[in-house]
Write a protein that binds this ligand. Structure first.
Ligand code: K1U
Ligand code: ZN
Length: 167
């Protein structure tokens, strides 16, 4: 397994639209294992392939307290978004920034598992938020895009300053 470098906002590659996976083979399963290792090490509760510069529809998620309940979603499709919730979100591509974002409270997601089997999951609360956040990444959207222009400008300036300090 390997740790993968994570793209940082506002890298333009985070805006790419991910393509469906057409063949679920060992290379896809190896990528999922590497993404999981990268997510756990970060640490994070989710990671989309887009964030590691692979533009395929793959996400990994683990919102469990014990960090032992990995979900790998291939070609995920959302349906039946209901209710509303507002919670603080962070992003491994936007380090050090946490902002409130409004999301659906409950979602249904259809996807293929790493064996290529179709699955359906009904999620609510943090898992529903994380699924929406990760599926946004596959569509080239970062949580910052949901914020006001003023907040977006402040975040860009803060990250640019951080980058100058660490350069
Ligand atoms: O997509 C990502 O960059 C991962 C992101 C997912 C996420 C967090 C919060 C709300 C929605 C989606 C993160 O994991 S940021 C790190 C984080 O929130 C966290 C890290 C360790 C333990 C608990 C949370
Ligand atoms: Zn993110």
């Amino acid at each position: 397994m390997a740790l993968l470098p994570i793209l940082r906002f506002p890298d333009p590659r985070l805006k790419k639209i991910a393509a469906p996976v057409t063949n679920i083979d060992d290379s896809v399963r190896r990528l999922i294992a590497d993404m999981a290792e990268t997510m756990y090490e970060a640490p994070g509760i989710g990671l989309a392939a887009t964030q590691v510069d692979v533009h395929k529809q793959i996400v990994v998620i683990d919102v469990s307290e014990d960090r032992n309940d990995l979900l790998a979603l291939i070609n995920p499709r959302l349906e039946g978004l209901t209710g509303q919730q507002e919670g603080e979100e962070g992003c491994l591509s936007v380090p050090g920034i946490f902002e409130k974002v409004e999301r659906a409270e409950r979602v249904t997601v259809h996807y293929l598992d790493p064996e290529g089997q179709p699955q359906t999951l009904v999620a609510e609360g943090l898992l529903a938020v994380c699924i929406q956040h990760e599926l946004d990444h596959l569509n080239g959207t970062v949580f910052v895009d949901h914020l006001s222009q003023l907040k977006q400008t402040r975040i860009r300036n803060k990250l640019a300053k951080q980058a100058r300090v660490t350069a």
